[in-house]
Design a protein around this ligand. Structure first.
Ligand code: F3S
Length: 403
């Protein structure tokens, strides 16, 4: 039987309104299924809000919560939307767009911070070490656990918004010390890692470790935050990874033995030749010329955008290729003030702000071959949208797109 505080019992009895009661019923039910002893107090939520994943049931649930006058009691951000910029030009059915707009409206009414980004930890929702969170986006979950040292499970849709309006989650999974222990040692035996290598390593680790927590040695402590973000995103997409311990980087791995005094159950090494093989495997066979380049999965940070700006300077994108850059509203707004956006757009590249190449229904656009420097994107797009993929580094992505 799950232990509830008097506050939680009052919510469950409906003393704090129907919406909270409904959300608490859901949390308690899930807690009972997973045999949680009690609930944890979570200090922020990151929810899904894209129609492509939530479908009609998600729209109905969010609108019901609005009708019941629900409101987020903790800072709550939202993942990218399924509606790309200028969606009308790309044969997306109006009925689909309407559903996404209803979700946007419902999240506004619930008090969700309208960042529509998979990198909430960059702006708007930045947790501290040890904080308990209820985050849904798998790439952000890995980042929160592994780079920031906060604690969150890969919170499923429905439970994420329930946490946002009650501030509670069942104490299960990665909230518990015992489930944060490393099981597999991964030794990276590569002296100098390129930006693309971090994606490829993440993809490789995800395939190898499944649901186990890997402990990774050989990641330089001087690498950028976006390298870590990309490694985690790729690992979470090719496997069920929600946390990695990176020696010298992950706060818990700095403070204690990530194996908790035990020997690793298995050890594997990643050398240069492995990365070359995996990199080729991530691309699909391609029968058509590239017609879209997608950069920004996960959403580009300001730092990455500046790098892209420098690389695109004085270049012109071919007329028949779309060069789409995905980022958050916050990064876009600051970059606009820095004059970066205008300069990038002069090359012919376009911004897709607050949306995502995987979640937006690219299949309606008729694209045949995508070029991307994201292992997560390359891993998911072929099956999701029936588009062939070339996975390569940023310099080659640009080279293939410019005249
Ligand atoms: Fe973000 Fe979409 Fe990639 S949510 S991590 S841009 S698949």
């Amino acid at each position: 039987m799950i232990q509830l505080s008097s506050y939680e019992k009052a919510i469950l009895k409906g003393e704090m309104g129907e919406a909270k009661k409904l959300a608490m019923e859901l949390i308690v039910k899930i807690g009972e299924i997973y045999q949680a002893k009690d609930l944890v107090q979570v200090s922020s939520a990151h929810i899904l809000g894209h129609y492509g994943s939530l479908h009609d049931a998600g729209v109905a649930f969010y609108e019901k919560l609005v009708q019941l006058k629900a409101s987020c009691v903790i800072p709550t951000t939202v993942d990218p939307s399924s509606l790309p910029v200028r969606w009308e030009e790309y044969r997306i059915p109006a009925s689909y767009a309407q559903k996404q707009k209803r979700l946007c409206k419902a999240t506004q009414k619930l008090g969700v911070i309208q960042n529509w980004s998979c990198t909430p930890y960059e702006f708007g929702n930045i947790p501290r070490f040890g904080e308990m969170l209820a985050w849904a986006e798998s790439s952000a979950v890995v980042y929160a656990n592994s780079v920031l040292g906060a604690r969150t499970n890969r919170t499923p849709a429905g439970l994420d918004i329930a946490a946002a309006i009650t501030g509670r989650m069942p104490r299960i999974g990665l909230y518990l010390d015992c489930n944060r222990v490393g099981k597999i040692l991964v030794e990276i035996a590569i002296p100098k890692l390129s930006d693309l290598d971090y994606h490829t390593i993440g993809y490789f680790i995800g395939k190898k470790v499944g649901t186990n927590i890997p402990v990774i040695s050989g990641i330089p402590t001087t690498c950028s935050n976006y390298n870590l973000k990309c490694l985690g995103a790729a690992a979470a997409s090719s496997g069920a990874v929600s946390m990695v311990h990176m020696l010298g980087i992950t706060p818990e791995a700095k403070m204690m033995d990530p194996f908790n005094g035990k020997e690793p159950e298995s050890v594997f090494r990643i050398a240069n030749k492995d990365l070359e093989i995996i990199q080729k495997e991530i691309s699909t066979p391609c029968h058509f010329e590239a017609d879209i380049v997608a950069i920004g999965c996960p959403h580009l940070s300001l730092e990455e955008l500046r790098e892209l700006y420098n690389k695109l300077r004085d270049k012109k994108i071919k007329k028949w290729i779309k060069f789409w850059i995905y980022t958050s509203q916050s990064v876009y707004t600051i970059a606009q003030q820095m004059g970066i956006i205008q300069q990038i757009e002069e090359s012919g590249a376009e911004f897709q702000v607050g949306t995502c190449p995987v979640i937006a229904p690219l299949r309606y656009y008729g694209f045949k071959t995508m070029v991307t420097n994201s292992a997560k994107n390359a891993n998911v797009v072929p099956s999701e949208h029936n588009i062939e993929v070339i996975y390569t580094d940023l310099a080659t992505c640009i080279k293939m797109a410019v005249q």
